[in-house]
Design a protein around this ligand. Sequence first.
Ligand SMILES: Cc1ncc(COP(=O)(O)O)c(C=O)c1O
Length: 388
Amino acid sequence: MSTTSQNPIPVWSKLPKTSKSIFTTMSALAQETNAINLSQGYPDFDCAADLQELVTKYMGLGYNQYAPMAGVSRLLENIANKIDRLYNCELNPTEEITITAGATQAIYTAITSLIRENDEVIVFEPAYDSYVPTIQLSGGKPIYIRLSSPDFSIPWRDVKKLISGRTRMIIINTPHNPTGNVLTKKDYEELMTIVKNSNILLLFDEVYEHIVFDEHQHLSALSFPELRERSLVTFSFGKTFHNTGWKVGYCVAPPYLTKEFRKVHQFITFSVNTPAQYALADYLMDENNYKELSAFYQEKRDFFLDAIKDSRFQFTPAQGTYFQILDYSRISEANDLDFAVELTRKHKVASIPLSPFYSNQQDFTVLRFCFAKKRETLARAAEILNKC
Ligand SMILES: Cc1ncc(COP(=O)(O)O)c(C=O)c1O
């Protein structure tokens, strides 16, 4: 156990190896150096004015007190309808959907409500940064499996080898941050075979469900009844409606898992921002508000990649998400953290190195760039990257 001698009272950190996230670090550096910020995953354009007006409307109408613990019923119902239409999955909104303070809280709650001391949780690397600390806070043991190289697919043979009697959960993120990879039907079939007749729970992080490109399609775990019965699936309005700062998301799980989820949820936030929930409920009624998202971001991805096609960066176009990873090995021999810092300080473009997404900080000389940005931001960044 570690403690710091400067503290007036000893602190035995529950997360001794965790420090400020790389997203916070790189965003702060971008601000300090006045660099173009393609690091943290949020848009540099505003969310829709009519969505903002809906929040104002509901505040004016007096919807300013606590929402029900699980969420505003109109929002729960509209989410259930959307999921039924998109994923052919009928849900009971009052028993299977819980509104959360973003997907981060949904992930945290899902893990803390179901993972106990020494439970093993399979995590694929590179992994979004919230999974591992949350597992550790619950006393669980992360079991790391590295996505295959160079296509970042799931090495199912390794998964089979690492499953044990202690495996309690597998965490799957598709479309995948940071690689942009999207799971295929074959992946789901492999997973179904592996978990059949086991006590393994599945946590799906599907926050980029509406951002998929080219011939790729997002297949939700909710479309597969065999998986659905053992899955908690998390979503984020922030990613879909360009309002990451509102921090509203949700978790879908069968009643027996939702029951446990809500036992913890009620003591983390109790409930989530009321006027935002009413506004989102109305906004969700119009399918066009999310169905156009893939085309919207594909245009940005294509514009960015076309603009840097003659640079020395190497890439395979992202299949989904609003991130593109770029290999800089033809430009520098520096490690990814140093190169990301140099790119920010000297060239004024901030990105995210991939090594912090690996438990052993392995460096593959790649950086992640967020293209959820205005065309002019991407054009300015591309101009710089072309000169590197
Ligand atoms: C893979 C992944 N999961 C979860 C989240 C968190 O979503 P939210 O902002 O709704 O908490 C993010 C945000 O970047 C993400 O990339």
